[in-house]
Write a protein that binds this ligand. Structure first.
Ligand code: PBG
Length: 314
């Protein structure tokens, strides 16, 4: 046994029920598959504190990871567990995603106390979601819907639905299932009706880039098909300067050994503008091929006029 197996590996985690479930899940895999000793360090991030404004307006995905990275930097923890979709496309210098676990259900789910499907929602029904990606795709499916912001962790969002504030809300199926709330799902959108965001349903394990020992230990947890698919998805977002203020969907799935990539890009302000869509299918075996596939999708979006859809800075 080497030194790191004898010392305890500390996982820094947010304290929402979902984050704690994910951290516990990784803890038990590290214990059973790698015989590591693991403990959790719970922390509150800026993203957890700011609940009254849309994330796209207050700084985006980085809000949920910065405090965890500080804990890694200061040596208070060695590992941070993230929903991959909340991880910014570019990590700050000195940090790396050292493992990507097998993706669970990547779909978005409709949750409602009154209606079983999107089609059942009456004309002009009120749907809650703060995700621009979900807003633009909902509008494409049902232009009549009224869509209102809905923030907070999954429990908070379901409580706001139960309090009668909405006819239905849209949440990630993976999150609901992890919380043991899978029975609240009335219907899942297919990944073609509502294309998921890059990384949805997958977990990413972040470490300090110089922690070679832990990187080597945990790399065996990576599920290669998920790793390649999410690499391609994140490449689309990166190529377009992706952030929370861009309603971009990018999803890769494996079909007969080839990676089938679909994307959709909506306009952040003018939601009546048509969605731009791409579909590419290619045999992918290497990281470089996965990234190239993502870049090809981004290029195809640009050729359809993506520049007019993106915020001015991009
Ligand atoms: N943005 C918040 C968030 N981050 C990860 C999940 C769910 C789990 C996942 O998609 O991996 C959710 C909830 C949601 O989007 O409804």
């Amino acid at each position: 046994m080497n030194a790191s197996k004898q010392s305890t590996v500390v996982i820094a985690t947010r304290e929402s029920r979902l984050a704690l479930w994910q951290a516990e899940h990784v803890k038990s895999r590290l214990e059973t598959e790698l015989a590591l000793s693991v403990s959790l360090l719970g922390m509150t991030t800026r993203g957890d504190q700011i609940l009254d404004r849309s994330l796209s307006k207050v700084g985006g995905k980085g809000l949920f990871v910065k405090e965890l990275e500080t804990a890694l930097e200061e040596g208070r923890a060695r590992l941070a567990v993230h929903s991959l979709k909340d991880v910014p496309m570019e990590l700050p210098d000195g940090f790396e995603l050292a493992a990507i676990l097998e993706r669970e259900d990547p779909r978005d789910a409709l949750v409602s106390n009154r209606y079983a499907t999107l089609a059942e929602l009456p004309l002009g029904a009120l749907v809650g979601t703060s995700s621009l990606r979900r807003v633009v795709q909902l509008k494409a499916l049902r232009p009549d819907l009224r869509i209102e912001p809905l923030r907070g962790n999954l429990d908070t969002r379901m409580r706001k639905l139960d309090d009668g504030g909405y006819d239905a809300i849209v949440l990630a199926a993976a999150g609901l299932k992890r919380l043991g709330a899978g029975e609240r799902i009335r219907a899942c959108f297919t990944v073609d009706e509502m294309i998921p965001c890059a990384g949805q349903g997958a977990l990413g394990l972040e470490v300090r880039a110089d922690d070679l020992e832990l990187k080597r230990l945990i790399q065996s947890l990576t599920h290669r098909p998920t790793w390649l698919a999410t690499l391609a998805e994140r490449a689309v977002s990166r190529a377009l300067g992706g952030s929370c203020s861009v309603p971009l969907a990018a999803h890769g799935r494996w079909v007969d050994g080839a990676l089938l990539m679909t994307t959709a890009l909506g306009h952040a302000e003018q939601t009546e503008r048509p969605l731009l869509r791409t579909l590419h299918q290619e045999p992918v075996q290497t990281e470089a091929q996965a990234e190239a596939l993502g870049q090809r999708a981004a290029q195809a979006l640009r050729e359809q006029g993506a520049a007019d859809y993106l915020p001015q800075a991009c």
